[in-house]
Design a protein around this ligand. Sequence first.
Ligand SMILES: Cc1cc2nc3c(=O)[nH]c(=O)nc-3n(C[C@H](O)[C@H](O)[C@H](O)COP(=O)(O)O)c2cc1C
Length: 150
Amino acid sequence: MVQMTVVKIVYASMTGNVEGISEILEEKFKAAGLEVERIEADDAESDVFADADLAVVATYTYGVGEVPDEFEDFYNALSTETLSGKVYGVVGSGDQEMHATTFCRAADLFEAAFEATGAQQGSATVKIDQDAEADDVTRLQTFVDELVKA
Ligand SMILES: Cc1cc2nc3c(=O)[nH]c(=O)nc-3n(C[C@H](O)[C@H](O)[C@H](O)COP(=O)(O)O)c2cc1C
């Protein structure tokens, strides 16, 4: 049997925007022929990406440019994991108008944590204002295509 590429998407969503984004990602990865597992931050062990080929985090930003509470333990542990040989990508949702100076900062923090793991960035971090609109869906498609090719 041919081994399928496995992507794991770990996400946190308080009001549904990131949940919707994570569903779009799942659909697009499946359409590309990958096996997809979507896991809420609360349920994700720190070594969740150990048996994945592609590691994706989707997060909103809380407080003043902070990682959501439910992602805090996972975020703190992530940079101590060894993920060399794997490909990662990050998608953030934030509020560009209300939080211009800290827009999607949690996504930047996750990108830095992934860099510390030795994983390779497969596509630039995608930052979305609130929920995904048509142009964002196009950007998410590019994100998925690049990760799959990386
Ligand atoms: C208390 C609070 C603080 C926030 N702080 C930020 C922030 O610093 N930067 C940002 O880009 N968005 C910030 N946001 C906006 C959320 O990240 C944004 O609405 C996001 O789309 C929520 O995603 P969700 O619907 O998946 O929970 C904040 C929202 C709340 C309620």
